[in-house]
Each structure stands twice: as structure tokens, then as C-alpha cells.
Design a protein around this ligand. Structure first.
Ligand code: ATP
Ligand code: SF4
Ligand code: MG
Length: 336
């Protein structure tokens, strides 16, 4: 479905007047003169399989949302290729983009800022149908009502505005909007992390239900490893803009994980494990040479500081980017 090859995205510092402003802001915040941008995604290779739930996991700032937005066609990579059903996104014409937008949808973490406050719920859900000239006004209205029902919102809520809904209801509305064009792939970027814990399970259940019923592919972006573990068929773990490990759920218990991934599991368990993560994540404006994890990795040797490890398929259902992958006896037992 999706094939990403060596995908890179750097957010360049602003130019002209904006640059002066950012230099002034930088002088307050310590930004450097030789600033060549934030390297958010650095050489990602990844395939999305039709019908799967792929969990894209990592700490804050690791590049998950940027990668999700690249898959959704909201950002173009500045290096590498993104192929969707064999079509290179950088070469799509207007018609090609229109088709792509019907097939791939994204929903965001913050349902307040992602919903237009001037539109009613009905208009929000109908918007995509209007843009894509689908059905008559009567047919569209019926479709909106059936989508509202599908996501568990009362029919009379079509005339309400975004701010009149609770957080969980807004995320239901975001889902109805994302589903209005029957997408084949839905990218859900931290869909529940802004919600109360009591509401999170409802939205996750709804998402899983809809995914199963519609046979969609789902990319679930999340910093919550234990949550993603329950849901995902495969987990891809990002660090410093790169993918450290991709593992099928069925091999989760049996493979020897990447040192960073072990640390992440240990941090999630939060007690008594030897791989607890120490230190800070890398500065995306000035990432470490070689393996981005080397300043925090207790297993690091010289080559780790010099050469970037490639993401290699080691076992069926398991790829890992670590120079020492075959030399280390990482624990086989996940702490969770
Ligand atoms: N539009 C942008 N302009 C400049 N820098 C950006 C932009 N979007 C993201 N970044 C930077 O790129 C890096 C990766 O950000 P990204 O949002 O992809 O990470 P993330 O893994 O989704 O983090 P989080 O868990 O906090 O959502 C961060 O350093 C972030 O500050
Ligand atoms: S490549 Fe080296 S620094 Fe990176 S995770 Fe492996 S052992 Fe650690
Ligand atoms: Mg994010």
C-alpha cells in the first residue's frame, strides 16, 4: 500500500524578516546562527501493509507526527520517496491528489483546534463530501446522519458547534469526518491522549470497531507503548527521526529487541528493570552522529558514534537498526 524509502523531512528556519525575528527569538532561547533546521525525520524506510494496524511509537519529538503527516500527504518529504499503490506522491497531479485524499485520511490529537469553530457538526462531516462532489444535498444529509450514528453521536447533534461537544464527542466527530469519504487508510495521530482516561477506552473501542467493520488500514501514532501493544499488528519504534525497530506483534515476546526499545518498555513498566532510560532525547537541530541513541546507550562502542546503523530484517517479522544486534544478549522478557 504505502512504501516509504529513505524519507527525510527538515523544517528549515524562516527567511527574510522572519529570519531576523527568529534570530531575535533565538537570542532569547539560545538558537544558533548556523541553524540549518530541525531534522524531524531522517531516512525512514517503512512499508504499510493493507488491512493492518501499524503502531508508530516513540517519545515526544521523535518525528511520529511528521511521518504521519507525510503519509497523509500534508508534508512532502525533502528527500526520499513515498509510494502509494506504486504512485510517487511527489509526482501526483491535481486529479491524483484528489483521489489520494479520498483514500487516505488523518485525525489529530487535539479535536478542538482541528475542528472549524464556525461550522456545525453536520457541515464539518459533510465538507469532504461537498469538496468531492459526492451525492445530492439530500443524499449527503442522509450520509452525515448515518456517519453520526456510526460514531455514536445523537442525530440532533448535527446542528451543534464544535465547542458544544465534550472532548470525547469531538473526537467522535473527527472520526465521522475522517470516515466520510470511506478511506482505505486512516492515520490516527494520538487520537486519545488529550482525553480523560475514562473516555480513552470508549474512543479506542470505537476506532477498533470501525476499523474491523470497514476493513481499513490503520496507522496509530502514539507515545503510549502499552496501549499500542494491545492494538497493533506491528509496532514501529522511532527515535531521533529514525526507525529503530519494526516488530510483528506475534514476535514481540521472542525477539531480542533494540536497546532503545528495551529501555522504552522498562520506562513504561517504571520499576526495577536494568534498562531504564537515562539522559535526554537528541536535539533535532543537532542530532548525534552515527546511531542517534548512542549518547544514552550502555552498549555503545566506537562504530555506534561514527556510523548510522541500517534497519535490517533479522528474523521474520523483526527488523532492527543496531550495530550490535547480533552480539548482545538483550533480555527476551518484556517487562510488561
Ligand atoms: N511545523 C514544524 N516546524 C518546525 N519544527 C517542527 C514542525 N513540526 C514538528 N517540528 C519539530 O520536529 C521534531 C519532530 O516533531 P514531531 O511533532 O514529528 O514529533 P512527535 O514524535 O510527534 O512528538 P509528540 O509526541 O510530542 O507529538 C520536533 O523537534 C518538533 O519540534
Ligand atoms: S547501534 Fe550502538 S548505540 Fe545504537 S543502539 Fe545499537 S549498540 Fe546502542
Ligand atoms: Mg506528535
Amino acid at each position: 500500500m504505502f512504501t516509504l524509502k529513505n524519507v527525510c523531512k527538515t523544517f528549515k528556519p524562516s527567511r527574510g524578516l522572519g529570519r531576523e525575528l527568529s534570530a531575535w527569538l533565538g537570542s532569547l532561547g539560545g538558537r544558533r546562527e548556523d541553524d540549518d533546521g530541525v531534522k524531524a525525520v531522517r531516512g525512514v524506510d517503512l512499508i504499510i501493509r493493507p488491512g493492518e494496524i501499524l503502531g508508530l511509537v516513540g517519545e515526544s519529538g521523535s518525528g511520529k507526527s511528521t511521518l504521519g503527516r507525510i503519509m497523509a500527504g500534508l508534508y512532502l518529504p525533502d528527500e526520499g520517496t513515498v509510494l502509494f499503490d506504486g504512485h510517487d506522491l511527489t509526482n501526483l497531479d491535481k486529479e491524483g491528489w484528489k483521489k489520494f485524499r479520498r483514500r487516505v485520511q488523518i485525525m489529530f490529537q487535539d479535536p478542538v483546534s482541528s475542528l472549524n469553530p464556525r461550522l456545525t457538526a453536520g457541515a464539518i462531516v459533510e465538507e469532504g463530501l461537498v469538496i468531492h462532489k459526492m451525492g445530492t444535498a439530500t443524499e449527503r444529509r442522509a450520509r452525515v446522519l448515518s456517519l453520526m450514528e456510526e460514531v455514536g453521536l445523537p442525530a440532533d447533534s448535527v446542528n451543534r458547534y464544535g465547542h458544544q461537544f465534550s472532548g470525547g464527542q469531538r473526537q467522535r466527530l473527527s472520526l465521522a469526518r475522517a470516515l466520510s469519504l470511506d478511506p482505505e487508510l486512516l492515520i490516527a495521530d494520538e487520537p486519545v491522549s488529550a482525553l480523560d482516561v475514562s473516555i480513552q477506552a470508549q474512543i479506542i473501542n470505537l476506532l477498533m470497531d470501525l476499523k474491523a467493520r470497514r476493513g481499513m488500514t490503520l496507522v496509530m501514532v502514539s507515545h503510549d507503548l502499552p496501549l499500542v501493544r494491545i492494538l497493533a499488528d506491528r509496532l514501529a519504534v522511532m527515535y531521533g527521526g529514525m526507525i529503530m525497530e519494526v516488530v510483528d506483534r506475534e514476535f514481540l515476546e521472542t525477539v531480542r529487541h533494540h536497546p532503545y526499545v528495551m529501555s522504552l518498555w522498562a520506562s513504561a513498566a517504571n520499576e526495577g528493570f536494568s534498562h531504564i532510560l537515562e539522559g535526554e532525547p537528541p536535539d533535532p537541530q543537532n542530532p548525534p552522529t552515527g546511531c542517534p541513541f548512542h549518547p544514552r546507550c550502555r552498549e555503545a562502542i566506537d562504530i555506534c558514534r561514527e556510523q548510522r546503523p541500517q534497519l535490517l530484517q533479522h528474523d521474520p517479522g523483526f527488523a532492527c537498526a543496531c550495530h550490535r544486534r547480533d552480539k548482545l544478549e538483550f533480555s527476551r522478557q518484556l517487562p510488561l
